[in-house]
Design a protein around this ligand. Structure first.
Ligand code: G
Ligand code: G
Ligand code: MN
Ligand code: NA
Length: 251
């Protein structure tokens, strides 16, 4: 059997779950939200990484149904969290190209009774490559719903910067490849992060530094002015129940 057939089964047989990774404020380390990350536990093959199966789901057309599953589950979970804690959901470029995405997002937040500003959609630069007019229309339609938009993996893709003029992002997520090594003296990544933060601030956008693993990186990222931090240093992606416990513990 092909992985594609296993994926179809996974949807029907409830083999997916979401893991939630904390995103904390740089200022005082309180949790402002979680990124929802898809996990697949196959009954015999064990855990399969989204890095491996998302591309296949995109190729065989299953990403639409999987993406809908993710969106609805993430919104339902976030609706149980205290007042202003957000959930971030990764949106595939294939989903983004589908004109029905705003209707799906509207339905997901309405069903979950989640205030729209508590949902953040993470989108990568690649959506600008094919048809940037269509991309900008989509951004406006999503913004009109009141949800937040984040530019994911910033700096790793096509980075034309031109789209930052008009695309209504609320946040730039600085890819972990820039954080790695940034605390080493003489490393140029710190200068790049500083420039991205200045750019984002000028445009009124927040910044999340991704993939922080050690305390040194926290100190550096604080100095560089990033507003938010995400990484193993504050928590690996965790089960929904554990995320709720973290919120109750207030840390
Ligand atoms: O969670 P992990 O660390 O393994 O993620 C690997 C990759 O899979 C990342 O690029 C991440 O953005 C992507 N990913 C995780 N969950 C989802 C999801 O629900 N939808 C999409 N489109 N991508 C996801
Ligand atoms: O592409 P995207 O940024 O959505 O994917 C985030 C990926 O980064 C997930 O696979 C997540 O598990 C992973 N991740 C999150 N924090 C860390 C970290 O501190 N170190 C490493 N190596 N990976 C991380
Ligand atoms: Mn992401
Ligand atoms: Na990212």
């Amino acid at each position: 059997k092909q992985l594609e057939d296993h994926l179809r089964e996974a949807l029907i047989e409830d083999q997916f779950h979401l893991a939630y990774q904390p995103v904390v404020s740089t200022k005082d380390a309180h949790i402002v939200g979680f990124e929802a990350l898809l996990r697949w536990e196959h009954p015999t093959r064990g855990a399969i990484s989204p890095a491996d199966f998302i591309p296949i789901a995109e190729d065989c057309g299953l990403i639409e149904r999987i993406g809908e599953w993710v969106l609805r589950h993430a919104c339902a979970e976030a609706a149980r969290w205290p007042g202003n804690v957000r959930v971030a959901v990764n949106v595939s470029p294939i989903q983004f190209a589908n004109p029905s995405l705003p209707a799906l997002v509207a339905s997901a937040i309405a069903n979950a009774e989640l205030p729209p500003e508590r949902l953040e959609l993470e989108i990568t630069e690649s959506v600008f490559v094919e048809d940037s007019d269509a991309a900008e229309r989509m951004f406006r339609n999503l913004k009109a719903l009141g949800v937040r938009l984040a530019l994911d993996d910033f700096g790793t893709g096509y980075s034309s910067l031109g789209y930052l003029k008009t695309a209504p992002f609320d946040k730039i997520k600085i890819d972990q490849s820039f954080v790695r090594g940034a605390a080493v003296p003489g490393n140029r990544n710190a200068a790049i992060i500083r420039a991205i933060v200045m750019l984002a601030e000028t445009l009124g956008m927040e910044t999340t530094a991704e993939g922080l693993e050690v305390q040194d990186e926290i100190d550096l990222i604080r100095d560089l002015g990033c507003s938010h931090i995400q990484g193993y240093v504050y928590g690996k992606p965790m089960r929904a129940a554990e995320a709720r416990r973290r919120l109750e513990a207030g840390a």
